[in-house]
Design a protein around this ligand. Structure first.
Ligand code: GTP
Ligand code: MG
Length: 220
C-alpha cells in the first residue's frame, strides 16, 4: 500500500506542453545513509530489488514514454556526506542541477527523518535565493518494516504539508508500483513548475512590451 499526499498546487499542463517532443528531468535523491536511495533508484530503473547496492554517487539516464511523450529521466543517486556535524549538507551544484528532488528517510530511523527535515528547510531557503521552484517529494521508505516503525505516517505527512512537498510512504523492497508513482508524480510537478515559470515569463514580457509602448508615447 502507498500513502500519498498531493502537493498543494496542481495544474494541468499536459496540453500546454503539446508542442514539445521530448521532456528531460533531472531528479536528485537525497537523504541520510542507508535509507534506500539506491534501492529506490534501481527499482525504478530495473523494476527489481537486489538487496545490496554499495555506496556510489552516480547519475543514471533512463528513457521512457509516458502519455505518448519521450521522457528522459536523469537520476542522481547521491551519497550523504560523512560529516557528523552537517549530515544533511547539499551542494550548490546539486541544487542548481536538480529540476526536482526526492528526500528519502526510513520509517525505522528517526535520525534519518530529522535529516530530511533539515534538508527541506535548507532547500526551501536556498531556493528563495536562487529563485528556484524545483518541486520536492518526501518519501518514507521501508514501509514493510512496520514492527520497527518509529516515524508515524502523520509526522511525514505534516512535514510535507508544512513545506508544500509531495509525500509518499513506500517499500522499495516490496513493490515497484509505489516507486513508479513517486517518479511520475515528481515528473508531473516538474512539468507544472515549468509551465508556471513560462507563464510568468510571458506575463513579464507583456508588461515589458506595454511599458515600452507607454514609454514611447510619453516621449512623443
Ligand atoms: N526492508 C527493507 N529494506 C530496504 C528497503 N529499501 C532499502 N532497503 C535496505 O536498506 C539498505 C540500504 O539501502 P540502500 O539503497 O543502499 O540505501 P542508500 O540510502 O542508498 O545508502 P547509501 O548509499 O549508503 O547512503 C540495504 O540493505 C537495502 O536492502 C525497503 O523498502 N525495505
Ligand atoms: Mg546508495
Amino acid at each position: 500500500m502507498v500513502v500519498q499526499v498531493e502537493s498543494r498546487i496542481r495544474y494541468s499542463n499536459k496540453r500546454m506542453e503539446a508542442n514539445q517532443t521530448k521532456v528531460e528531468a533531472n531528479i536528485l535523491l537525497l537523504g541520510a545513509e542507508n535509507v534506500g536511495k539506491s534501492a529506490l533508484t534501481v527499482r525504478f530503473l530495473t523494476r527489481r530489488f537486489i538487496g545490496e547496492y554499495g555506496s556510489i554517487d552516480t547519475i543514471y539516464s533512463h528513457h521512457d514514454k509516458i502519455d505518448g511523450r519521450d521522457i528522459c529521466f536523469n537520476i542522481w543517486d547521491s551519497l550523504c556526506p560523512q560529516n557528523a556535524e552537517e549530515p544533511g549538507h547539499i551542494s550548490q551544484r546539486q541544487l542548481q542541477w536538480a529540476d526536482g528532488l526526492i528526500l528519502v528517510y526510513s520509517i525505522c530511523d528517526r535520525a534519518s527523518f530529522n535529516v530530511v527535515r533539515q534538508q527541506v528547510q535548507y532547500i526551501r531557503q536556498a531556493q528563495q535565493k536562487l529563485s528556484s521552484s524545483a518541486p520536492l517529494i518526501i518519501v518514507g521508505n521501508k514501509r514493510d518494516l512496520q514492527h520497527q516503525r518509529v516515524v508515524s505516517s502523520e509526522e511525514g505527512r505534516l512535514l510535507a504539508l508544512s513545506a508544500d512537498c509531495g509525500f509518499f510512504e513506500i517499500s522499495a523492497a516490496e513493490a515497484y508500483h509505489g516507486v513508479l508513482m513517486v517518479f511520475h508524480e515528481l515528473l508531473d510537478l516538474i512539468r507544472e513548475a515549468r509551465t508556471i515559470k513560462k507563464g510568468t515569463a510571458g506575463f513579464r514580457g507583456i508588461v515589458r512590451s506595454m511599458s515600452a509602448v507607454f514609454g514611447r508615447k510619453r516621449t512623443e
